[in-house]
Design a protein around this ligand. Structure first.
Ligand code: NAD
Length: 293
């Protein structure tokens, strides 16, 4: 079992750290919010009063932070972890951030002789709790192989996408496609309902036809079609509109950087941004159907 420092114990990091504890790892945790640290302590974690203190003796340093600026703040600068870490722990950043920042921090780690992978996740809070996340990793093959045993205790699908930053790129490509599938599915269902169709009947027809897709099959956005998904529970998340807007912003930045045409992703981003601005940021992303009613 490994010694792991875990920094960032929010909606995702909390349950991920809990799964490492359940698997028998020695986990030392830190978050700016002391209540979150306390919750993990009650589950058996050691606690620290700073990110650096949490890393003492660690073989793995994991971060699960909101955005790129938080990751830079934790790792870079004179008092950042990279300048102060002892030993040679493997650094695993699972936050969803822009690939440029991921590459910048990985390169700074490499200058200090440290291995680092970007390892953003897909699956959301339910998968974080169940230990069934998908990890999309960027970094060297050697660093990915080193990370695998720890990642396997938090997820069921581990992918090596390519060099540093590739995990982040894979993540935003997937989420941009998801946004297009969800908005398209919502649009088709609403068109059918507006023209007198029952959404369940239409869903069954499309599931057996060429319109079948993940949003329709697993996460139907029309209330009452599937009992267990957010649309049938007042669109309680799930995966919040705010997070989809964030991921689509990262996708648009990447597209600018590479001069890629992303007309569908761009349209989806505009729809989600307008939906957020109407005050629906904390609803599940399938609530985009409401914007099309
Ligand atoms: P969150 O806001 O719930 O948690 C982030 C935590 O980081 C907070 O507890 C915050 O206090 C802590 N933090 C911030 N700066 C810190 C610092 N300097 N030192 C220590 N702790 C610090 O966010 P979340 O929902 O857990 O998401 C984390 C990341 O995972 C984000 O990048 C998000 O985009 C991504 N993600 C989230 C989901 C989801 O469904 N929530 C799904 C996939 C990916």
């Amino acid at each position: 079992m490994a010694k792991v420092a875990f920094i960032g114990l929010g909606n995702m990091g909390g349950p991920m750290a809990a799964n490492l504890l359940k698997a028998g790892h020695e986990v030392t945790v830190f978050d700016l919010v002391s209540e979150l640290v306390q919750e993990l302590a009650e589950q058996g974690a050691k606690t620290a009063d700073s990110a650096l203190a949490a890393t003492a003796g660690a073989e793995f340093v994991m971060t699960m932070l909101p955005a790129g600026r938080h990751v830079e703040m934790v790792y870079l600068g004179d008092s950042g972890l990279l300048a102060c870490l002892e030993g040679s722990p493997l650094i695993i950043d699972s936050s969803t951030i822009d690939a440029q920042t991921a590459k910048k921090v990985a390169s700074a780690a490499s200058e200090q002789g440290l291995d680092m992978i970007d390892a953003p996740v897909s699956g959301g809070v339910a998968a974080a709790k169940a230990g069934t996340l998908s990890f999309m990793c960027g970094g060297t093959e050697k660093a990915f192989n080193r990370a695998k045993p720890v990642l396997a205790d938090m997820g069921k699908n581990l992918f090596h996408a390519g060099p540093a930053g590739a995990g982040q790129t894979a993540k935003i490509c997937n989420n941009m496609l998801l946004s297009v599938l969800m908005t398209g599915t919502a649009e088709a269902l609403q068109l059918g309902v507006d023209n007198g169709l029952d959404p369940k009947v239409l869903s069954n027809i499309m599931l057996a036809s060429s319109g079948k897709n993940w949003a329709l099959e697993m996460y139907n956005p029309y209330p009452g079609v599937m009992d267990t998904v957010p649309s049938s529970h007042q669109y309680q998340p799930g995966f919040m509109v705010d997070l989809m807007v964030k991921d689509l912003g990262l996708a648009m930045s990447a597209a600018l950087e590479s001069s890629s045409a992303v007309p569908m992703g761009s349209a989806a981003r505009n729809l989600y941004m307008a939906h957020k601005k109407k005050g629906h940021g904390r609803l599940d992303f399938s609530s985009i159907l409401q914007a099309l009613k």
